[in-house]
Design a protein around this ligand. Structure first.
Ligand SMILES: Cc1ncc(COP(=O)(O)O)c(C=O)c1O
Length: 404
C-alpha cells in the first residue's frame, strides 16, 4: 500500500472524490485519467489528497528530471519572476543570451542556434518548418512507431494510427519507414527530402532502441542527399539515457535537435537547436509569444548545474543495475527488458494496464508504452535503494495480476 504520511494534510475519500468529480466535469476528455488527485511533489515523491505518498517513476511524463520542486529551481524561478515575469523575444534580455551560451556548451558539437517555445510538439513543428524553409524541399521521412507530438505537423510525423485517426488530411509528403531498417531509410531519402526525423530510443513506441549502424547510416544518407537529420531528444535528452544526449551512444550529431520535457526543471519549455551554417529564420517567419520565457530559462539555468554534476552517469549506473537485477530473475511474465540509463521498458507477455494498477496500489506510479510495455522514467535523482523498492513492487504486481 502507498504509505500514509501522517504529517501531510489529509482529505477524506469523499473530499478527494469531489476534487476529481469537479475536474471531470470540465476536463477536455483528452486524457485517460487515473483515479488519483495529486496535490504535492518533492524529489521522487508525490502525495495525493488523502495524504498517501507515491514513488513517481513517471517524472510527470519525463519532466521532473531533477525531481519535483527542486529548491534550486524554485529559488531561480522566484527570483526571476520578481525581477521580470515575461519578456518576448522581440526584446533582448540580460539572462537569455547567457543561458543560450551556457547551453550551447552542453549541446552536441556546433549546435548553437536556439528557437525557444513551450512544448515538445512545438519544438518539432519548428524543426519541420525550418527544414522545409532552408532546403526548399517538401519531404519528411519519419519512422514507424515514432512519436513526435500531437499538433498537426508533429502528428504527421507521429506514426500510430490511434493518434492520427480522424485528423486528416495531415501534411503531405511524409513517409514512414520501419525503425532500424537502414535499407528502407536509404530508399526513402532523396533529393526531395527536407529532413529525416527520428527518436534515438522510441519512447511511446515501446522503449525501442536504435540499432548500431542505423543512425550512422541515416546520417550518411542525409549528407549524400542534402537532407537534414532532426533528432527528437525530447524524451531521451538531458541525461535520461545515461549520456547528455542519447545520440552520443552512437557518436551521431544531428543537424537539428528538439528538446522539451525536463529542460526547465518542470516548467513548460521546448527548444529547437541547430548549427549556425544552416542559417536563421527571417523575422516573422516563425514565433511564439511565450517562447524564451524568462522564468523557464532561469529554471533551465538552475537545472544545468545539477545535470552537469554527474546525474547522467548516475542514471547510467543505477539503470544498468536495475535491468541486470530484473534480468537475473527470469520472471516468466517478462518477454523482454529494454532500456538505456533511466529509460526502461519492460515488455510483458500480458496487457500492462492491470500491472500499472497493481503498482499504484503498492505506491509506485509508472507509465505504459503501448499495450504491453511497462515504462519507467524516474527522476534522475532516484537512488539505487529506491529502485530496489520499485523492483520488488513490480515483481509483486506481476504476480498479483497474473490471472488478469
Ligand atoms: C519523443 C517525443 N517527442 C515529442 C513529444 C511531444 O512533447 P509535448 O507533449 O511536450 O508536446 C513527446 C512527448 O511525450 C515525446 O516523447
Amino acid at each position: 500500500m502507498p504509505e500514509l504520511d501522517e504529517a501531510a494534510p489529509r482529505l477524506t475519500h469523499g473530499e478527494a472524490q469531489a476534487i476529481m468529480d469537479l475536474e471531470h466535469h470540465h476536463t477536455s476528455g483528452a486524457y485517460a485519467k487515473r483515479p488519483l488527485a495529486i496535490v504535492r511533489g518533492e524529489g521522487i515523491w508525490l502525495w495525493d489528497a488523502q495524504g498517501r505518498r507515491f514513488m513517481d517513476m513517471t517524472s510527470g511524463q519525463g519532466v521532473a528530471l531533477v525531481g519535483h520542486s527542486h529548491p534550486a529551481v524554485l529559488e531561480a524561478v522566484k527570483r526571476q519572476a520578481e525581477i521580470l515575469i515575461t519578456c518576448p523575444e522581440i526584446f533582448y534580455n540580460d539572462r537569455r543570451g547567457e543561458v543560450y551560451a551556457a547551453l550551447s556548451r552542453y549541446t552536441p558539437d556546433g549546435l548553437n542556434r536556439f528557437f525557444l517555445c513551450n512544448s515538445g510538439a512545438e519544438a518539432v513543428e519548428g524543426a519541420l518548418k525550418f527544414a522545409r524553409l532552408q532546403t526548399g524541399r517538401p519531404g519528411i521521412v519519419a519512422a514507424k512507431s515514432g512519436f513526435h507530438g500531437r499538433t498537426l505537423g508533429a502528428l504527421s510525423a507521429t506514426w500510430n494510427p490511434r493518434y492520427r485517426r480522424g485528423f486528416g488530411p495531415l501534411l503531405p509528403e511524409v513517409t514512414h519507414i520501419p525503425f532500424n531498417d537502414l535499407r528502407a531509410a536509404e530508399a526513402a531519402i532523396d533529393a526531395t527530402t527536407a529532413a529525416v526525423i527520428l527518436e534515438v530510443v522510441q519512447g511511446e513506441g515501446g522503449v525501442v532502441m536504435a540499432e548500431q549502424g542505423f543512425l550512422e547510416g541515416v546520417r550518411q544518407a542525409c549528407e549524400q542527399h542534402g537532407a537534414l537529420l532532426i533528432l527528437d531528444e525530447i524524451q531521451t535528452g538531458l541525461g535520461r539515457t545515461g549520456r547528455r544526449f542519447a545520440a552520443e551512444h552512437f557518436s551521431v550529431t544531428p543537424d537539428m535537435l528538439c528538446l522539451g520535457k525536463g529542460l526547465a526543471g518542470g516548467l513548460p519549455i521546448g527548444a529547437v537547436i541547430w548549427r549556425d551554417s544552416l542559417g536563421k529564420w527571417s523575422p516573422g517567419s516563425h514565433g511564439s509569444t511565450n517562447g524564451g520565457d524568462p522564468r523557464a530559462w532561469a529554471a533551465a539555468a538552475a537545472t544545468r548545474g545539477l545535470r552537469e554534476s554527474g546525474l547522467a552517469e548516475h542514471a547510467a549506473r543505477v539503470g544498468e543495475k536495475f535491468l541486470a537485477d530484473l534480468r537475473e530473475l527470469e520472471q516468466p511474465m517478462i518477454r523482454e527488458l529494454r532500456g538505456l540509463g533511466l529509460m526502461i521498458g519492460i515488455d510483458l507477455r500480458k496487457r500492462v494496464t492491470p500491472v500499472l494498477k497493481a503498482l499504484m496500489e503498492r505506491g509506485v506510479l509508472a507509465l505504459p508504452a503501448g499495450p504491453t510495455v511497462l515504462r519507467l522514467l524516474p527522476p534522475l535523482i532516484v537512488s539505487e535503494d529506491q529502485l530496489g523498492e520499485v523492483h520488488d513492487a513490480i515483481l509483486e504486481a506481476l504476480e498479483l495480476s497474473q490471472d488478469e
